[in-house]
Design a protein around this ligand. Sequence first.
Ligand code: PHE
Length: 367
Amino acid sequence: MSSSESPAIEPTGVDAATVDRLVTEAERDFAAATTSEELKAARARHLGEKAPLVLANRAMGHVPAALKKEVGARLGAARARVGQAHAERLEAIAAEELGARLAGEWVDMTLPVDLVPTGAPHPITALMEQLGDVFIGMGWEIAEGPEVEADWVNFDALNISPHHPARATSDTLFADPVDHHLVLRTHTSPVQIRSLLTRPLPVYIVCPGKVYRADEFDATHVPVFHQIEGLVVDKGITLGHLKGTLDHLADVMFGGVRTRIRPSYFPFTEPSAEIDLECFVCHGASVGDPEHPCRTCSSEGWIEWGGCGVVNPRVLTACGVDPEIYSGFAFGMGVERTLMFRNGAQDMRDMVEGDVRFSRSLKGGAR
Ligand code: PHE
């Protein structure tokens, strides 16, 4: 910048052409800025302390008095235009940046949520707990026994003689060495014996647990399955108490289904019976109607749920209980069968294969 003595000449830097060029440059720079950072840098160049337009203001001292007003107005208007261009660009960039941020943070509230799956008890475990709870609610106790059992407890004490077919090697799994007389319990009935030998009378117990048989592995058989055993020994117990108890259990499990007890045979109960449930598919309609057979109950109208009976006095005697004073009833049913009837599970293999889709489909054990 040079000072001039001539009153008619403007100092360079504040002439109209230069000021216009500075304004145009600033507008072009602001327009080229795409982020608030870039705009900030452009602002420093064109409106900051060292910006030519700001420095030009200082040159006012060298402007001849006659031109001061005009040059001052020019510079003021130029700064106002640059300030205006900056403000407009600032607003546009802020809007763009906000838009981009909102787009980045956008969440579709209607999308299905991928919940982290939580664990749950296996349907058989859940059902065993529910079965146990029915009896806890009546003041009974849960009893337990070992899965590897003395053959005397699994068979002899239950009046199953050494030559009874139930002992056949095809059914029973024996533990090595055979002369230790240990078997994998074939039913939960040995817990009747253990309870009578160890508990004070009267006895009101249920025992849900695993049992083992050398069975096929197919839709209706698995070699390891579950039963729930019940035993009551008290004074004055009759078959009527048994029927009432099983009706209550059936009612809680299946809701209003009809039951019947049908004569049968077990060495450890006398008389013995099977407890049947009214077929939950045909409700008896298929009986005597060959046109509409029912596969679920083989057109019998009833399906077998478990075994039961009045405790054989020989069992009481074997456990040191006087059958002249005490009597009792016992029952045992398959937990897998109960799950099949209750939840319409078709194939027992699903219950052991551990596919979570099966457990999920029965979440909470049903109902
Ligand atoms: N233990 C018998 C079975 O496994 C069922 C049963 C239990 C029968 C109690 C009568 C009384 O088939």
